[in-house]
Design a protein around this ligand. Structure first.
Ligand code: GLN
Length: 380
C-alpha cells in the first residue's frame, strides 16, 4: 500500500544534515549550535548523586518542584518578574518541546503567526502541523532591523501569535527597549500571544543587556518565555528547557506537554536545581562567549570572510561574497568537503530561499578548535 507522506515538503533539518556531512568528511563542526567543551564536573557529579539517591522515575508532569522554585527565583532576581511555581513554570524536554507545546496550544486552523526571517527552523513546521498560517517578515541585511511598521500593517483579527527570538538565531541580534515599546503598541487592545524564545539570554555581549519580553508590564500577561538549561550549562543533549507564562496560558501549554513527553529527565532536573542556585554558573557566560567570539574573529583576520556584528547567542554570520559566488548551500558543502570546516547556510531560514551569501559559524568551541578552523578558512 502506498504511504502518502503527510509532510511531503519537509526534509531533514539543516542541523542534522550538516552535522552528518561534517562527520563524513572529518570536518570541524561549526555548523550545528552545540558547545565543543565539557560539562562542569560538579554538575555531572550532581546528576550521578541524584541517580544514586534513586530519583529515577517520572518527575511531576510540570517538572521537579525544586527546579521550578530556583527558576522562579532567578527570574525575580534578574528581571523582576514573579512566576507562581505551581501554575506558571513548566520544565520541558528541551526548549524545542516547549516551543512545540506552546504553538500547538494556541494555533487553531487558519490562525496567523508572525515570525521574523531568517527564522529558526523549528517554528514553521510546528505552525504547519497545527494548520496555522505563517506570516514572515524579513529582518533586512546587514543590520537585521525589525520593521515594526510592517508588523503593524500585517496584524489583523486572525493574528494569534507573534514569535520572537532574542538573542536571535542565526543573526545574533537582540531586541532593544525601543523594539519592545513598538511591540507593546502593536499588541495593545488585541488578544495576540507573544512567544519569546530566549534560549541565549545569558550570552549577550559588549555590555549590552538581555531584555526578557515578559519583564515589560504590558507584555507579561500575554507572553510565553522559553529558555534552555542545555544551552546554559553546555549540555544540549540532556534536553532540559522550560517555559514561563501566566497561569491561563501555562494551563493550555501543559495540556500539550503532558501528552507529548509527559515529563523531562528527573535526576538531571534535581542536579540542575542545585547548579542553577549558583549565579556565577550563568552570569559568567556572556564574558566567556564574548572572548570566544573575539578570539575567532581575531584568528580569522587574514581571511576574506566579512563578519556581521553579533550582540548575542553563540553564532556569527559571515559574508563570503568576496570569496565565491556559489549559493550558500553549495558553499557550506564545499568548505566542509574541501576545507574540513562545516557551517550553516542562512538561506535555509528564508521561505523564499533568499541567498545573501551569508553563512553561520558557531563559536562555542575550544580555542584550539577555533584556531584550527580559522587556519583552514584563511587559506580559501
Ligand atoms: N539550536 C541549535 C542551532 O541553531 C541546534 C538546533 C538543532 O539541532 N535542532 O544550531
Amino acid at each position: 500500500m502506498a504511504n502518502h507522506s503527510k509532510f511531503p515538503n519537509l526534509g531533514i533539518s539543516i542541523f542534522s544534515a550538516m552535522s552528518a556531512l561534517a562527520q563524513q568528511y572529518g570536518a570541524i563542526n561549526l555548523a550545528q549550535g552545540f558547545p565543543g567543551f565539557e560539562v562542569s564536573e560538579q554538575l555531572v557529579d550532581l546528576v550521578g548523586t541524584y541517580m544514586r539517591k534513586g530519583v529515577n522515575q517520572y518527575s511531576p508532569m510540570e517538572g521537579v518542584l525544586r527546579l521550578r522554585e530556583v527558576i522562579s527565583q532567578k527570574q525575580k532576581n534578574l528581571y523582576g518578574i514573579s512566576y507562581d511555581v505551581a501554575t506558571e513554570v513548566t520544565i520541558s524536554a528541551g526548549a524545542t518541546e516547549a516551543v512545540f507545546a506552546a504553538i500547538s496550544a494556541f494555533v487553531h486552523e487558519g490562525d496567523e503567526v508572525i515570525c521574523f526571517e531568517p527564522v529558526f527552523d523549528i517554528y514553521p513546521p510546528a505552525i504547519d502541523f497545527n494548520k496555522g498560517k505563517l506570516i514572515r517578515i524579513k529582518l533586512e541585511t546587514p543590520h537585521f532591523h525589525y520593521d515594526w511598521d510592517k508588523v503593524a500593517a500585517l496584524v489583523n483579527p486572525k493574528t494569534k501569535l507573534i514569535i520572537l527570538n532574542t538573542p536571535h538565531n542565526p543573526t545574533g541580534k537582540i531586541l532593544t527597549a525601543i523594539d519592545i515599546e513598538k511591540l507593546v503598541a502593536i499588541v495593545k487592545n488585541t488578544s495576540i500571544v507573544v512567544i519569546s524564545d530566549e534560549v541565549y539570554e545569558h550570552m549577550v555581549f559588549d555590555g549590552k543587556s538581555h531584555l526578557s519580553l515578559a519583564s515589560h508590564p504590558q507584555l507579561y500577561d500575554r507572553t510565553v518565555v522559553i529558555a534552555s538549561l542545555g544551552k546554559v550549562f553546555h549540555c544540549t543533549g540532556w534536553r532540559i528547557g522550560y517555559c514561563l507564562a501566566p497561569k491561563y496560558l501555562t494551563a493550555e501549554i501543559r495540556k500539550v506537554h503532558q501528552f507529548v513527553t509527559f515529563s523531562a529527565n528527573t535526576p538531571i532536573q534535581y542536579a540542575m536545581a542545585d547548579f542553577l542556585e549558583q549565579q556565577e554558573n550563568y552570569l559568567s557566560l556572556s564574558k566567556f562567549f564574548q572572548q570566544k567570539r573575539d578570539f575567532f574573529i581575531a584568528q580569522m583576520s587574514g581571511s576574506a570572510f566579512k563578519f556581521l556584528p553579533t550582540d548575542g547567542s553563540y553564532f556569527l554570520l559571515a559574508d563570503y561574497s568576496a570569496i565565491s559566488q556559489m549559493s550558500d548551500l553549495e558553499f557550506v558543502k564545499w568548505i566542509t568537503q574541501k576545507h574540513a570546516v562545516a557551517a550553516i547556510p542562512v538561506s535555509v531560514f528564508n521561505a523564499d530561499g533568499q541567498d545573501d551569501k551569508l553563512i553561520r559559524f558557531c563559536f562555542a568551541k575550544k580555542e584550539q578548535e577555533l584556531a584550527e578552523a580559522a587556519k583552514r578558512l584563511c587559506v580559501i
